[in-house]
Design a protein around this ligand. Structure first.
Ligand code: C5P
Length: 424
């Protein structure tokens, strides 16, 4: 079958693949791969029992997206907004669909991630049942199947063959190739779902491995005192949240801040000092990051000899000198050691004079691909201000100058501008 209808202009048909708890879950790994190869954009949700058969990590790697496995976001990597996941998809595929999932879908029960997503998403659904032959033939299952068909759910299979329970009978999930063929048939006639404003986003960031640093660093003087700066981390956290919303796999390396981590992160690495941050960035780059966005305000100097016990003011007298040494410059000194050819580096430059020229100087000196410049003394910008104003520059000069806007909006626009510039 030709792939026409699968790629809609620049955007792909979005498939939410729901994997439920049957041994056929292993076949859904192949299904994911085949769908991605066929040009679909795939995100996966799994029931808890499905995760007993196949690790979410397998689906994450195959789909290039975080996997939704629970409603509560107790684990960082699972902290996804399930309603947003449901809204994202053009087509929902449940494979394997167990007798239990069919029953829940037929009766509208929403007590875990998959049944909740099924109830929350209004688009077309295709189910590939898989179960023991007796369970399949049971009048309860057959009644549920009839209900679902009446409601317009597409069912493919089950086929006949060798079942995990040892019999050869009806109940086997169709082979991934057969399910892909059924999906392609459906996708050809599929109208793109209108995306709400917040979700009408470019696909550039989908599946990109993005490393973001945020916040200040704390440089220990002794176990209770430190040297720091005024960075709140808001911009880095907003960028991380927006990159997740745009489909990226985000690792956030955060200095000490008073912010809630965004949901849906790949991981959150909490660090204290510039040295810690340098090590975490090195690790993130080695793990294959495609983007490094250095929005952290790393302390330039750190106490040379931090005390192991609390310094007593009686011992320090009426004045004391703190001996400081330069912290490693992460962009200039750490990144080059781990820089893969594909890596794009975005740095920040806070300047109060001659903003563009100084920011471009930093871009060259620190080998950045892009620099985001801002002037905290400018009207509509600055520390603690609600609104902010940014400029995005590459070695060729200015790419974009923002209006004065909330940081969350700027984060979104910045990612769009980067994507636009990369796609030129
Ligand atoms: O030289 P300046 O500190 O203004 O450069 C700012 C940029 O360099 C930011 O992107 C910041 O995260 C990064 N930086 C760094 N390592 C340091 C200090 C700053 O990577 N030690």
């Amino acid at each position: 079958m030709a792939d026409q209808g699968i790629v809609r202009g620049a955007a792909q048909v979005r498939i939410l693949l729901m994997v439920t708890g049957g041994i056929a879950a292993y076949k859904s790994c192949f299904l994911t791969r085949l769908l991605v190869q066929a040009g679909f954009s795939v995100k996966v949700a799994m029931t808890e029992s499905a995760t007993r058969f196949v690790s979410p990590m397998t689906f994450q790697v195959l789909s290039g997206h975080p996997v939704a496995t629970d409603l509560w976001g107790e684990d960082q990597s699972d902290a996804l907004d399930h309603i947003e996941y449901a809204r994202w998809s053009d087509l929902t595929v449940v494979a394997p669909a167990t007798a239990n999932t069919l029953a829940k879908a037929a009766t509208g029960i929403a007590d875990e991630i998959v049944s909740t997503l099924l109830l929350a998403q209004p688009g077309p659904v295709l189910m590939a049942p898989a179960m023991n032959d007796n369970m399949w033939r049971h009048p309860a299952t057959q009644a549920n199947v009839a209900t679902l068909r009446e409601r317009g759910v597409h069912l493919v299979g089950p086929g006949s063959g060798f079942l995990a329970c040892g019999t050869v009978d009806e109940g086997r999930m169709l082979e991934p190739e057969e399910i892909v063929a059924a999906i392609k048939d459906l996708a050809v006639g599929l109208e793109p779902r209108p995306q709400p404003e917040a979700l009408a986003i470019p696909t550039f960031w989908e599946g990109q491995q993005v490393l973001i640093t945020a916040g200040p660093t704390h440089e220990a003087i002794d176990p209770v005192r430190y040297v720091a700066n005024r960075s709140s981390g808001t911009m880095g956290y907003a960028l991380a949240a927006e990159a997740v919303a745009q489909g990226a796999m985000v690792t956030l390396i955060s200095g000490p801040v008073d912010l809630m981590p965004p949901r849906g992160l790949q991981s959150l690495v909490a660090v204290e000092s510039g040295q810690d941050m340098a090590a975490a960035v090195g690790q993130g780059l080695q793990a294959g990051a495609q983007w490094l966005i250095m929005s952290a305000a790393v302390a330039d100097f750190t106490p040379s000899n931090p005390a192991t016990g609390k310094l007593k003011k009686e011992d320090l007298g009426t004045g004391w000198q703190l001996d400081m040494s330069r912290n490693p410059d992460i962009l200039a000194e750490v990144v080059p050691a781990h820089r893969a050819e594909h890596l794009k580096v975005v740095g920040f430059a806070l300047e109060t004079e001659d903003v563009q020229a100084r920011a471009l100087g930093k871009l060259k000196a620190k080998n950045m691909d892009y620099v985001v410049a801002n002037n905290p003394t400018e009207a509509g910008s600055g520390f603690g201000a609600e609104n902010h104003r940014l400029q995005l520059l590459s070695s060729g000069g200015m790419i974009w100058a923002s209006e004065s806007r909330p940081k969350t909006e700027l984060a979104k626009q910045l990612l769009v501008e980067l994507a636009r510039h990369q796609s030129r």
